[in-house]
Design a protein around this ligand. Structure first.
Ligand code: F0G
Length: 325
């Protein structure tokens, strides 16, 4: 059987009784990006990109969802529920469809990219459009899950984090060593939490550099943002659930959580597509935007750096056509 549970079984909370729901997720490419390295003033071979958009539903969310849905099925759930800026709902809808479970998704109205919405629709999720942002949608989903006794598959569900930590295992295997630095976009902060867990479980401590959009940077400002704004809708989040663990990852690794403007995000987004042949969604480009930002003041960290590109560019065709190179 393929998929990341089969691959990393002994490191994940599954038993012989767990029915495995998989679409063959994980095993994504790690590609060298010498043009990014050069633009950041670094030597060839310094930068690698982890292409998480090549997961079955086009984002890293599938790593956590294969486990969360498998465990929901094992526990006898009939319906799963999540709030989402788009990718979580696409992934939940697909894995729930495969498992034969009902799926309800709470989405911020008018703020979900077309590709992601079309996935939730096609996989038959029941969609609740929320007047308000992601943070409000999540509050509503948590409440609905509690009142109705349904399984929440947001990253508050620890199986999501367990599944996502396998991204770190793969990077270690693909490089044959740990990177010195790990760059990653940060929204609800589950993924930076998961990668840090994965690295430390394997005895490694790369410096963790998380990047938020300037208009949605609660972790940078040290307080929730009431009305987060950014073109990178996936990370348009004002009060991340995994706040504490993200800050711990930063501090324990001697890392950094910084912010990049929408203009910087779009510049990195175009650079990756036009110079590296890699089409990611705007939120994913935030990590490379952060690298370029540090490079401007000669502060790009030395050594080997992995940037996680969290979602595929096809997720958000409207932005691509509006801001093409
Ligand atoms: N990149 C993409 C493409 C995302 O979809 C998300 C989060 C992130 C980065 C940030 O990851 O939340 O673990 O810090 N998307 C969530 C969703 C919120 O609903 O799809 P994070």
């Amino acid at each position: 059987m393929s998929g990341l549970i089969a691959r990393w079984r002994e490191r994940l909370p599954v038993t012989d009784r767990t029915p495995i729901v998989t679409l063959g997720e994980g095993g994504t490419p790690l590609v060298r990006a010498d043009r990014v390295a050069k633009a950041a003033g670094l030597p060839p071979g310094a930068i690698f990109l982890k292409l998480e958009g090549l997961n079955p539903t086009g984002s890293f969310k599938d790593r956590g969802m294969t486990l969360a849905i498998s465990k929901a099925l094992e526990d006898g759930a009939e319906c799963v529920l999540c709030a989402s800026t788009g990718n979580t709902s696409a992934s939940a809808a697909a894995y729930a469809a495969r498992a034969g479970l009902r799926c309800v998704v709470f989405l911020p109205k008018g703020k979900v990219a077309a590709g992601k919405l079309s996935q939730a629709v096609m996989h038959g999720a029941e969609i609740v459009e929320v007047d308000g942002n992601f943070d409000r949608a999540l509050t509503m989903a948590v409440e609905a899950a509690r009142l109705q006794g349904l399984t929440l598959v947001n990253s508050t569900n620890h199986f999501r984090i367990e599944g996502q930590k396998t991204g770190a295992f793969e990077i270690l295997e693909q490089l044959g060593r740990a990177p010195d630095n790990h760059f990653i976009p940060v929204g609800n902060a589950g993924n930076i939490t998961a990668y840090w867990k994965g690295y430390t479980e394997m005895g490694h401590r790369p410096r963790m550099f998380g990047w938020q959009a300037a208009g949605a940077a609660p972790l940078v400002h040290g307080k929730p943002i009431k009305d987060p704004k950014t073109i990178a809708t996936a990370i348009r989040i004002g009060n991340p659930v995994s706040w504490k663990t993200a800050v711990a990852a930063r501090d324990e690794s001697n890392g950094l959580i910084g912010s990049v403007t929408d203009a910087e995000i779009l510049a990195a987004y175009r650079f990756l597509a036009a110079k590296e042949g890699v089409f990611c969604e705007p939120s994913s480009a935030a990590a490379v935007a952060g690298l370029f930002k540090l490079a401007k003041t000669r502060k790009a960290p030395k050594g080997l750096t992995v940037c996680v590109l969290t979602g595929h560019g096809l997720k958000d065709p409207d932005i691509a056509l509006r801001f093409k190179p």
